[in-house]
Design a protein around this ligand. Structure first.
Ligand code: PA5
Length: 429
């Protein structure tokens, strides 16, 4: 199980602070599990993980096997909660350079921007390649993926004619939205985002599982980690890592630590941090409240944001995700001339050096007034991924209820859309 090390927050908080909020965490967890809090019609994600393979998981695996056998490229179209989860999963487990490796279809993401350059680049990448697409949109009406979908469908129609539909997979609501209507009329294979699962809590549905399966992960492995988390993290005490994380971040917020920086020493964690950022940002940032979720990639960002973290305004805390060391280790060699002066590290593993960088940075930041929460996870794999997804989703629900906001709506996102639609002359705006 994920371990939360809170030993580096005590300069800022006391054990008494933590114990004082025990009832509050209990109440927030109960609100969530009993479905009595605001937004309680969006709690389907709580019960998604199962130890047993479901028919849905088998169907996802079958679709993925077909895509893997007939497509050189797989294009995943979606934005926000319909984009960040699959990308986070694929980059963390297969690496951010996964498209340069052999064995899996290349996976590109579209419909998450309105950039002409990004679209033209995708067109170039698809030239001469056999590809399939997965259109993901819960509402089925979001502008960015809808525009990309229209263009991709035209491209596929020209390339594959009547056979195009065999390469189109739609993940959407069971009944509502233009995308559902289109899928039904055109006869595309569809996967359902349950009505009680909101976008940013949907990674453990087909939203995340189909792209993950195309990337070679087994949906059952991801679900195993998530199901274990669901079981282990149901306890109602501070032994629960969810309780520790949710309580500490709220207590720090109340002490003026308004920004949480999530980071890791794994470059492949970048998109996972992006998924976390959206999860917490859209869930908590409302009613004039919310911890601002920022992300870093260490050690690279120690040479960028390190100065700000060490000595800037003291309104931040850090959460660092650590993974168990990889089984394969890399040693630093001896160089006879030692012109780089690195012989003092000969025989040390790269992982050892990384650990010292982590320890050194932790001590420096804590000394500089930046409390640190350290989350220790197992080695990076599909199972650990499932556990992390569920841990953060549950923590987010509990934490947002402690903050006193509805974690499952996002009314603020509509503002820019209204302005944009007005400017575009969309009927009704
Ligand atoms: O978390 C959310 O609900 C949002 O970020 C949505 O996922 C995002 O706006 C995309 O919406 P849709 O899946 O309806 O296209």
């Amino acid at each position: 199980m994920i371990k939360v090390d809170i030993s580096n927050v005590w300069g800022e908080l006391s054990l008494a602070d933590m114990l004082q909020c025990e009832q509050e965490v209990f109440d927030a967890h109960m609100l969530l599990s009993e479905g009595k809090g605001p937004g309680n019609d969006f709690l389907g994600w709580l019960k998604l993980p199962t130890f047993e393979e479901t028919e849905e998981m088998r169907r996802i695996q079958r679709a993925a096997d077909k895509i893997r056998s007939d497509s050189e490229v797989f294009v995943v179209v979606g934005i926000g909660g319909s984009y960040l989860g699959p990308r986070a999963a694929i980059e963390l487990v297969n690496g951010s350079h996964h498209n340069l490796k052999k064995g899996n279809p290349q996976i590109f993401f579209a419909g998450n921007n309105l950039s002409t350059n990004a679209w033209l680049e995708l067109c170039q990448l698809l030239e001469g390649k056999d590809f399939s697409i997965n259109i993901i949109s819960k509402s089925g009406t979001t502008t960015e993926p809808a525009i990309a979908t229209r263009a991709l469908l035209l491209m596929m129609d020209r390339k594959y004619g009547a056979k195009a539909k065999e390469r189109i997979y739609v993940t959407t609501d069971s009944a509502k939205g233009a995308l559902r209507q289109m899928a039904t009329e055109e006869g595309y294979e569809t996967f359902i985002i349950p009505p009680n699962v909101g976008g940013r809590y949907s990674v453990l549905t087909a939203v995340g599982l189909l792209p993950m399966a195309v990337a070679g992960m087994k949906p059952t492995d991801v679900m195993l980690g998530a199901a274990r988390a669901r079981k282990d993290m149901d306890i109602r005490s501070f032994e629960n890592p969810v309780w520790q994380y949710a309580a500490i971040r709220n207590l720090l917020y109340r002490k003026g630590k308004k920004i949480e920086i999530l980071g890791s020493y794994e470059p492949n964690f970048r998109y996972f941090a992006g998924w976390w950022q959206q999860l917490f940002g859209e869930s908590e940032g409302k009613d004039g409240k919310g911890i601002f979720p920022a992300t870093v990639e260490f050690t690279a960002d120690l040479h960028s944001l390190g100065q700000m973290i060490q000595e800037g305004e003291r309104n931040i805390f850090e959460t660092i995700v650590r993974f168990a060391p990889p089984a394969k280790q890399v040693e630093i060699g001896l160089n006879a001339k030692n012109l780089d002066g690195l012989n003092y590290l000969k025989g040390r593993t790269l992982d050892f050096v990384e650990e010292q960088a982590f320890q050194g940075t932790l001590a420096a930041h804590v000394d500089g007034g930046v409390p640190n929460i350290v989350l220790q996870a197992d080695e990076i794999c599909a199972d650990t991924l499932g556990e992390l997804f569920y841990f953060f989703e549950l923590s987010c629900g509990v934490s947002a209820y402690m903050l006193g906001v509805n974690p499952f709506n996002q009314p603020g996102v509509e503002y820019y859309k209204r302005n944009m639609f007005k400017l575009l002359g969309k009927p009704g705006y």
